[in-house]
Design a protein around this ligand. Structure first.
Ligand SMILES: [Zn+2]
Length: 185
């Protein structure tokens, strides 16, 4: 089931997510609806905050054609997509980082360059209530860092220089207006 997306200006996006003590039917249903919503919106990741929920849950799906290094080799061949991450925690085993343009379903039409760690270790709870940990590289590592930011109430505009944010101000105000109209509708 498609859920309504929260766009910039919605207070939901600034909340910190609650940890999930145990995955139950309600959490599984939300995860399934978030996957539907992500697919319909053509995103590669979605956090619960973006659909107005406040638990630490995100979904990520990198199409195989984007999961490659410049020589065409798969970066995360052993990981089955989509990934459904409950209570994700990331650590950074390497100091390498990379800059790339990033968008966000909550900021339609906005793309900004963001520096992120190139590789992350992710610990999370699976939908079967199993603790897992995985190593992620490339776009997948970037997407997971983006989603974990959402769970902490951090948005892409917090990760760019002030001057660049000022240039985006007209569009940001426009999004805020749309968000408040949707709330009062
Ligand atoms: Zn986002």
């Amino acid at each position: 089931m498609r859920l309504p997306l929260q766009i910039y200006g919605s207070p939901s996006l600034r909340r910190r997510a609650r940890q999930v003590p145990e995955v139950d039917r309600e959490v599984r249903k939300l995860a399934s609806d978030m996957l539907d919503t992500m697919h319909l919106e053509k995103g590669i990741g979605l956090a619960a905050e973006q659909v107005g929920a406040d638990i630490a849950l995100c979904v990520v799906e990198i199409p195989p054609e984007y999961d490659r290094d410049p020589s065409g080799r798969r970066l995360n061949p052993g990981l089955r997509m989509p990934l459904i991450l409950v209570n994700p925690r990331i650590s950074c085993p390497s100091t390498q980082s990379a800059v790339a343009e990033e968008g966000c379903l909550s900021f339609p039409g906005i793309y900004v360059p963001i520096r992120r760690t190139a590789e992350v270790k992710v610990q999370y709870l699976s939908l079967e209530n199993e603790e897992r940990d995985i190593l992620c590289r490339g776009l997948l590592a970037r997407a997971i860092q983006h989603e974990v930011d959402h769970l902490n109430g951090v948005l892409i505009i917090d990760r760019i220089p002030v001057l660049r944010r000022l240039l985006l101000l007209p569009r940001l105000l426009q999004l805020k207006r749309i968000a408040s109209q949707e709330r009062s509708a």
